[in-house]
Design a protein around this ligand. Structure first.
Ligand code: PEP
Length: 258
């Protein structure tokens, strides 16, 4: 089964308007280096429109094929939720993707699997592709609880989704101990968990559906470690934090998956 590779840049709460524009233009201008790899830029919410404009996005269609994603959203369509952003608003400003359940959202902002599940359904309902993040902490890995933790997160975050919806989502396996630490999971460690996740998707839907779902690895991916990760059969791309802030590094990672 050949799955289209996908490399997404999670800019987190970094850059300013000028730097965000320059980075988006640099990636869009050099997108051909990534070949058939799908590229997604996820700037801070304040710069979604700025980056969408830099990508030349009109109704989510960008001439370069580089698409826009958000880093979070609320699950409700509208209402008295001060400071929150509705799913349809993301579509309105040109997003095709939304990262959900990132470990920073889970640990710093108290997001639970139930909340991620509600957001995943809400994203799908407006046509956004959710990038659903899961991953264990170092303590959990050392206690041999990786499989149990990831199983709970996958089953909880994706509960009640139809096979047709499951097929559309992207999963990001991001071991918390590898995020922003410079400690990348070994290709074998990552592959092992990706295979577990694909097995879980098979049980939730069917092996045929699971074979279509793209599973990214995230956690200290850099141009010099991306090729070994890309060589693993169940690693279909990367969710990149720090290295996505430099066009050279981001595209270097994308090239490894091409
Ligand atoms: C992330 O936060 O999604 C991430 C993978 O960060 P980094 O690449 O910096 O480890």
């Amino acid at each position: 089964m050949s799955r289209k590779k996908i490399v997404a840049g999670n800019w987190k709460m970094n850059l300013d308007r000028v730097k965000a524009t320059e980075l988006a233009q640099a990636v869009a201008g050099r997108h051909a280096e990534a070949g058939s790899v799908e590229l997604v830029l996820c700037p801070p919410a304040a710069y979604l429109t700025t980056v969408g404009t830099a990508l030349g996005l009109v109704h989510a269609v960008s001439p370069s094929g580089v698409t826009l994603g958000a880093q979070n959203m609320h699950d409700k369509a509208s209402g008295a939720f001060t400071g929150e952003i509705a799913p349809a608003m993301l579509v309105d400003v040109g997003c095709s993707f939304v990262i959900l359940g990132h470990s920073e959202r889970r640990t710093l902002f108290g997001e639970t699997d139930g909340m991620v599940n509600a957001k995943t359904k809400a994203a799908l309902a407006v046509g956004l592709t959710p990038i659903v993040c899961v991953g264990e902490t170092l303590e959990e890995r050392e206690a041999n609880r990786t499989q149990a933790v990831v199983t709970t997160q996958i089953n909880g975050s994706l509960a009640g989704l139809s096979a047709a919806d499951l097929e559309k989502i992207v999963i990001a396996y991001e071991p918390v101990w590898a995020i922003g630490t410079g400690k990348v999971a070994s290709p074998q460690q990552a592959q092992e968990v990706h295979a577990i996740i694909r097995g879980l998707l098979g049980a939730l839907a069917s092996p045929a559906v699971a074979a279509k779902v793209r599973i990214q690895y995230g956690g200290s991916v850099k141009p010099d470690n991306a090729a070994d990760l890309a060589a693993q059969p169940d690693i279909d791309g990367a969710l990149v934090g720090g290295a996505s802030l430099k066009a050279d590094d981001f595209l270097g990672i994308a090239r490894a998956f091409a």
